[in-house]
Design a protein around this ligand. Structure first.
Ligand SMILES: C[S@@+](CC[C@H](N)C(=O)[O-])C[C@H]1O[C@@H](n2cnc3c(N)ncnc32)[C@H](O)[C@@H]1O
Length: 308
């Protein structure tokens, strides 16, 4: 059954079914790990893609560890059964530090492979994975004092994965900004922020230098208003709770205007959504649509100016 496995996908927590629906050639589902006999694609609901998995027969715990170490140093376990045996193998592998990530930080450079025990005597291991983080989980050293909520973690993750950040003096629009977690991130990076929401920002965020708040419908913000004021918009962020179709209609004139370089927007879904709209966002030039570790039933559309 597993002999023809070409790619394995680790689903985001709770999105195994959505991921299975996205994939062709599914051969087996082991917990959140989905094995296919097709070449690697980049589906929306995968948290990590094992790009070149190999089956490794093993005859003991130390044999398993030796065979993994012979491929490369750094490995991370995804365990769906045989937890004790897997743990014993893991203990014989070199230690991999999974310290919480400080923001902002460069991406880890060392390749991190993923492995699992398919049965007592067979490993599935991939030296090459889409995420450089353990099982695709970007765990940050959190700031529990300043941000008004935990939404800032989504933006930290999006910017960390992109390795591009609003710079001091750049102008950002934060649509659906209340209570202000994302605004706090942009302001901390030194950017000027226009925050827009129907609800107020937290008092602490609204007092930060460089933050201006407007209580209004985010969808009334159109590029002409800024073009007429000769105001370049470096980043357009949206975390507005709305149908993704509405968001698409709103960003379309922004894209056409050429006034804004960079977009990071959350696509929010409800119930058994179909994800056709996510494909429309992904089809926009220079775009990617990803499920961040810190996203819930959401995807994040990221479209950044190519770095020259
Ligand atoms: C998930 S919260 C945003 C959290 C925010 N990113 C943060 O970091 O604190 C979604 C926000 O969208 C706002 N919202 C929904 N519809 C809106 C609209 N049409 N115009 C402006 N804000 C809207 C809500 O008031 C809510 O504050």
């Amino acid at each position: 059954m597993n002999a023809g496995i070409k790619t394995a996908y680790l689903a985001a927590n709770g999105f195994e079914k959505a991921l299975v629906q996205e994939l062709d050639g599914v051969q087996a589902v082991h917990g959140r790990l989905i094995l296919t006999d097709r070449p690697n694609v980049q589906p929306f609901w995968a948290q990590n893609v094992w790009q070149s998995p190999v089956l490794i027969p093993i005859h003991s715990i130390s044999d398993a560890a030796l065979k993994l170490k012979a491929i490369q140093r750094n490995w991370w376990l995804y365990s769906f059964h045989l937890h004790r045996r897997a743990k014993l193998i893991e203990e014989q592998l070199p230690h991999v530090s999974a310290k919480p990530v400080k923001f902002p930080s460069p991406l880890p450079k060392a390749p991190l492979g993923s492995w699992t025990l398919l049965d007592q005597n067979t490993l599935l291991a991939s030296a090459c994975c889409s995420s450089v983080f353990p099982n695709g989980e970007v765990l940050f050293a959190e700031d529990k004092k300043e941000p008004p909520n935990r939404a800032y973690l989504k933006l930290w993750e999006a910017l960390t994965l992109a390795q591009q950040y609003p710079k001091p003096g750049e102008f950002c629009i934060d649509a659906g900004a209340s209570p202000g977690g994302w605004t706090w991130v942009m302001q901390n990076l030194g950017a000027e922020v226009l925050s827009v929401d129907r609800s107020s920002l937290s008092p602490a965020v609204s007092r930060l230098p460089g933050v201006t708040f407007q209580k209004r419908d985010a969808f009334s913000l159109l590029p002409d208003e800024f073009a007429n004021a000769s105001q370049k918009v470096d980043w357009l962020f949206s975390d507005v709770v709305c149908y993704p179709e509405k968001l698409f209609d709103w960003v379309t004139p922004w894209l056409k205007s050429g006034l804004c370089d960079n977009f990071v927007c959350t696509l929010k879904f409800q119930g058994n959504a179909d994800y056709e709209i996510a494909k429309k966002f992904a089809g926009l030039s220079h775009s990617q649509v990803v499920h961040l570790f810190h996203n819930k039933h959401e995807l994040t559309w990221i479209r950044l100016k190519p770095v020259s």
